[in-house]
Structure formats: structure tokens, C-alpha cells
Design a protein around this ligand. Structure first.
Ligand code: GUN
Ligand code: FE
Length: 479
């Protein structure tokens, strides 16, 4: 595909979920982008004008057709916002799928720390992270919040590779100055110093780009691994750094009963696990807390009051027997919720998998409550999570968790063009053809057919269906 043209105009089916529960399908839609800004310049339900006329109208300038590439989608392709992974660990691809019979704390001690510690070798990072990022991109993830390791050099390598490949990301230097094995821990001083150096390096290396979050590809994120692996001084220092540089923050919260007990035993003066973070300046509207499976009413209230977000990691929560997070309750409370793969707690980097795991685990929770006579929690409701709701969590919901919802998450004018071309009929597609799906073939109207097709996408598709991946208007992957 030529990348010379400044503008591109797509025609075909455009799918997104600007609001939870609302599937917007523009069957014969048209969408224009300006490659120099990386943004959508206009979208319409129908192409009633020629591309040059449309682009001229959208930009308010006379644009020649030579400056426009036109891309016509096929009848079984659609354009959608890129998938957002709000919680994953880049080094943990090295033991993917191993040790899930162990509960969280044993899994961390037996596998995670050991394999993460190997990234003290930046050469290993250089070889390994390239394949990791390519794999995540191939799965349609345009924006991810990564944990690296404690090692400064390897984290810089990770940030460089992400930028070279062109994915959008938050990258965190993991901080661990307490209760960690000698071979994988750091002093408080080194933890804070290396974090600030990493922040400066990542921000500085992109100084030539407008140094605003929305146009910068890689942004550092403050990353205390979880309360038990950090001292008070470390977390308070990280809270101050997050404030000084106005950075996002990520950590783990209330994942597993033994972990919660352990966290409380490390900080006996805190009223709850969530308060440990709050008391050290780490809970605010830029905070992403992963898991949140076993939360008290007071902790949910604290998340709501501080405007912190939840990264829901259903594959990991099921794989490590952690439990099922009641995301309906968080949503009812107004707490932003997005999806995370939590590789390697979860066994796949696929956000499509996270969507279906979110739906299936929600249904398991409903069935459990029904069969055991347990009432749903206040504010929650026992209605199965629909495909369109899962799609929202993976796109606009994720963008909100990453505090980028003004710029990402749906296909609207002025948003950054982080998007996928999905092809439902690629060779060996796990989605059956329309011909082989009578419900779709014989649907009462095209919109009904597309709704079912999107449901099939959510429940059946995989990376074979992710045909093209765009970040900031740039094509970064074709299958
Ligand atoms: N809690 C602290 N570290 C981790 C981790 O690496 N994965 C998961 N799932 N939980 C954690
Ligand atoms: Fe995690």
C-alpha cells in the first residue's frame, strides 16, 4: 500500500461503541484521515460526495485527488477502533501458559520473579521484546499498558522497540524494594532514581514530537509492582514522581485472598489494601488498578472518590483461580473499566480473548449467584455481558481507563486514527462464512446481519482476522 498520500479515505462498514451497550454500525460509511496529524478528519454514514470533495469539505481546503488514497473495504470487512490492553507484562511472555495450577503468590515466587530477573541482560531484552511487541500488534492491540522489569536498560530497550514498531504504549519500570528475592530486588534509592531517569529518558527521546501525551507514542507509567513488594518510602516517592511529571500510575489490587492478607500484614496501619496506595499518593484519575477481584465496599467507594480505574483481567483471574471481578458493580458506581490480558497470569495476549472471557466469567458469576441463592451486590445487576458491551470495554472503555478517551476509543472526527481493518473471511478464518451462517445470510435486514457478524467477531475471531493495524494514521501491520 502506498503511504505517500497525505489523506486516506475508507469506504465500507464502520463499527464502534462510543457508549457502553451501544453498537454503532455505519454499513456504507466513509471515513477520512490526515496522515500528517494521524487523526480522523471526518466520518459520514454515506459517501454522497467524491473523496476529493469530502476531504476538501472536512479540511476546509481544496484538496487534489492525487493527495488521497482511497481504500474500499470488502463486504465481509469492517473498520473498528484498535484494541486496548490496559494491563500486561512484556517479560512474562517467556513463561506463557506455565504454572497456572499454582495460586498467585506461589506462581510469583516459583516462575515470575525468576524469569523476570533474566532481563538484567539487556541483550536478551533486545532479542525477546521485538517478537513480543510484534505479537501483541498482530492481535490488534494498538495501545497497551506494559510492565517491564526492575532493570533500567531493558526497560529502555522495551520503550525503543515499541516506538520503532509504532505501537502506542504506557511502559513502566517495575519497582520492588521490599519482600522480594535477593536476586530480583533493588534499594529504595535505586528504585526511585531509576524510575525518574527512565521517565526523563522516555520523555526526552520523543522531545522532537509535540511533547503532549496524545501525540507521543510511548509514555512512562509509574509502576509499584504491588504494595507488598514496595516500602512506604518507595511508594510515597513514586506518588510524588507521578505528581511532578503528571504521569499515569499502574499496580495490582485485591487479586487473591492470600495476597490481600499479605498486603495488609505489610501495612497494618492502613484500613484496607486500596488505602495503602491512597495514603501514598497513588490513587487518582490517572491510576489503573489491575484485577480488583475481592474489593470491600469501602475500597470500591475509595476507587470511585479518587476516580481511579479498574483493569479487568478475566483470563488471569480464572487461570490463577483468583476469582471473578464483579465489573457490573464497578460500572454502576461510575468506576472506569477496561480489559487486560495480564500476560503471563493470563495465557494469551489477545484482547479478543479478554472480551469473551469477560462475557463468560460474568455469566459464570450470574449462574453461581443463582444456584447458591446469593444476591447480586448493591448496584450490580445479573444480566449477561453482551458482545457489544465487551467491545466497548476493549476500546472506548480501555481508552477511558488510560485517560485517553478524548483522543481514542471510537471512530469520530478529530480522534487519533488507531484502528483495525477486520476481515471475517481470510484463509482459515475461525469465523464461518456468511454463506455457512444462515442466521446472518437470511437476516431480516443488513443491520441485523452485521450485529450478528460482530457478535461472531467477538466470540470467534483471532489474529487471522486482523488484516491491518493502524496507529496514529500509520499502517504498522498487515496480515
Ligand atoms: N501481583 C504482583 N505481581 C503480579 C504479576 O506479575 N502478575 C499478577 N497477576 N499479579 C501480580
Ligand atoms: Fe499483572
Amino acid at each position: 500500500m502506498s503511504t505517500a498520500a497525505q489523506y486516506a479515505v475508507f469506504t465500507g462498514c464502520i463499527v464502534d461503541t462510543p457508549v457502553m451497550g451501544q453498537l454503532r454500525v455505519r454499513i456504507n460509511g466513509v471515513l477520512g484521515i490526515d496522515r500528517s496529524s494521524g487523526r480522523i478528519i471526518g466520518v459520514a454514514e454515506k459517501a454522497e460526495l467524491l473523496p476529493a470533495e469530502l476531504v476538501s469539505a472536512w479540511t476546509g481546503q481544496s484538496v487534489d485527488s492525487k493527495a488521497i488514497e482511497t481504500i474500499q473495504l470488502t463486504a465481509d470487512q469492517f473498520l473498528m477502533p484498535g484494541l486496548i490492553d490496559t494491563h500486561t507484562h512484556a517479560p512474562q511472555f517467556s513463561f506463557l501458559g506455565i504454572g497456572h495450577d499454582l495460586p498467585l503468590m506461589d506462581w510469583l515466587n516459583k516462575y515470575t520473579f525468576k524469569h523476570e530477573s533474566e532481563f538484567k541482560d539487556a541483550n536478551l531484552a533486545r532479542k525477546f521484546y521485538k517478537d513480543v511487541i510484534k505479537r501483541v500488534v498482530r492481535n490488534g492491540v494498538t495501545f497497551a499498558a506494559y510492565y517491564g522489569t526492575i532493570h533500567f536498560d531493558s526497560n529502555c530497550v522495551l520503550a525503543d522497540i515499541i516506538r520503532e514498531i509504532g505501537q502506542r504504549a504506557y511502559v513502566g519500570k517495575v519497582c520492588m524494594d521490599a519482600n522480594s528475592p535477593a536476586y530480583y530486588s533493588e534499594s529504595t534509592e535505586a528504585s526511585l532514581r531509576d524510575t525518574e531517569e527512565f521517565v526523563k529518558k522516555v520523555l526526552g527521546s520523543q522531545a522532537e514530537e509535540a511533547n503532549k501525551q496524545q501525540s507521543r507514542l510511548v509514555t512512562p507509567i509509574i509502576t509499584p509492582r504491588f504494595a507488598p513488594s514496595c516500602t512506604h518510602e518507595c511508594m510515597a516517592g513514586l506518588g510524588a514522581l507521578a505528581e511532578k511529571y503528571q504521569l499515569p500510575i499502574q499496580s495490582h489490587l485485591c487479586e487473591n485472598p492470600s495476597e490481600i492478607e499479605y498486603a495488609k500484614s505489610c501495612f497494618p496501619d492502613s484500613p484496607s489494601y486500596a488505602h495503602i496506595y491512597h495514603q501514598r499518593g497513588l490513587l487518582n484519575s490517572r491510576t489503573i488498578m489491575a484485577h480488583c477481584v475481592h474489593m470491600s465496599d469501602a475500597e470500591i467507594a475509595l476507587m470511585r472518590e479518587t476516580k481511579a480505574s479498574v483493569s479487568h483481567c478475566p483470563n488471569s483471574n480464572l487461570s490463577l483461580s483468583s476469582g471473578i471481578a464483579d465489573i457490573r458493580r464497578f460500572i454502576a458506581e461510575g468506576i472506569p473499566v477496561g480489559l487486560g490480558t495480564d500476560v503471563g497470569g493470563g495465557y494469551t495476549p489477545s484482547i479478543l480473548d479478554a472480551m469473551r472471557m469477560a462475557a463468560v466469567s460474568n455469566r459464570a458469576l450470574i449462574a453461581f449467584r443463582r444456584d447458591s441463592g446469593v444476591q447480586s451486590a448493591p448496584g450490580s445487576k445479573d444480566t449477561p455481558l453482551e458482545a457489544a458491551e465487551a467491545l466497548y470495554l476493549a476500546t472506548q472503555g480501555g481508552a477511558r481507563v488510560m485517560t485517553m478517551d478524548e483522543h481514542l476509543g471510537s471512530l469520530d472526527a478529530n480522534k487519533l486514527f488507531d484502528a483495525l481493518v477486520v476481515d471475517m473471511s481470510t484463509p482459515n478464518s475461525p469465523v464461518p462464512s456468511i454463506e455457512a451462517t444462515p442466521a446472518v445470510r437470511d437476516a431480516a435486514c443488513p443491520i441485523e446481519a452485521w450485529k450478528m457478524r460482530i457478535e461472531q467477531f467477538v466470540f470467534l475471531a483471532d489474529d487471522r482476522n486482523i488484516s491491518r493495524v493502524y496507529v496514529g494514521g500509520k499502517l504498522i501491520h498487515t496480515s
